[in-house]
Each structure stands twice: as C-alpha cells, then as structure tokens.
Design a protein around this ligand. Structure first.
Ligand SMILES: [Zn+2]
Length: 130
C-alpha cells in the first residue's frame, strides 16, 4: 500500500480508537449501562477495522481492473482471491452489525445493571424480574 495512504489510514484509525475510548469513558460515567455500551464501543472499533480492510480489498480490485485497462494481465487467481476476501469481510461485517444491533436493543437489569437479552423475563445474574 502507498505509504501516504497507509499513514492517513493509521491517523483515521487513531481517531476512531480515541472516539471509542471517549464513548467508553462516557459509558462508565453513566453507570449501570456501562458494560453494554463498552461492548458496543468495542464492536464499533472492530467494525471500523473490518470496513477499512474491506475497502482496501475493493481498492486492490480497482487497481487490478485499472492495470488490466492499461494492458497488464492480472495473475489468473488474483481477482478470484480478492473477491473471496471481500465476501469474507462482508460476512463478518454483517455479523458484527447484527451483534451491535442486538446489544443496543438489549435491556439491562434495573437492580444490578447487568445486560440481559431482549426476550429475557428475569435477570440472568440476580434473578430480578425485568
Ligand atoms: Zn440483575
């Protein structure tokens, strides 16, 4: 990867980690929902990294396409390999988004603050009715 692009991506990534840390600090101050919100913040950082990797694969695919346009012959399995990687990242991104939305919809116990599942009738930690 281009050094300038790499440096830029590292900077953007640093900003995202900082934002996630800030979100985590805010969550701690908020008290009971803290665990749940920190989990969401962590997953959002993972999601950001995955999106970056996915975009990098798309960029490589674009490069191969442009090189082909310029008359270079791509290695036979290069495009297939990149498409496979893109599919894999897409799958992981969809899974993470699902987990984040589950966490956001989840309730937390009014007594002890532990995050519980959407459909839970009782707290898994202390047994309080939800
Ligand atoms: Zn509880």
């Amino acid at each position: 990867m281009d050094d300038k692009v790499k440096a830029l991506l590292e900077r953007v990534k640093g900003t995202a980690n900082y934002a996630a840390d800030a979100a985590a600090d805010g969550a701690r101050a908020a008290g009971k929902k803290a665990g749940q919100m920190v989990d969401v913040a962590k997953l959002n950082v993972q999601l950001f990294d995955l999106n970056g990797e996915y975009n990098d694969i798309l960029r490589q695919l674009g490069q191969v396409m442009y090189n082909t346009h310029k008359g270079e012959v791509p290695e036979s399995d290069e495009v297939t390999k990149l498409l496979g990687q893109a599919d894999e990242k897409m799958g992981k991104i969809a899974e993470l988004k699902g987990r984040i939305s589950d966490l956001k919809q989840a309730q937390s116990c009014p007594a002890c603050g532990v995050p519980c599942g959407k459909g839970d009738k009782f707290c898994r930690a202390c047994g309080t009715q939800l």
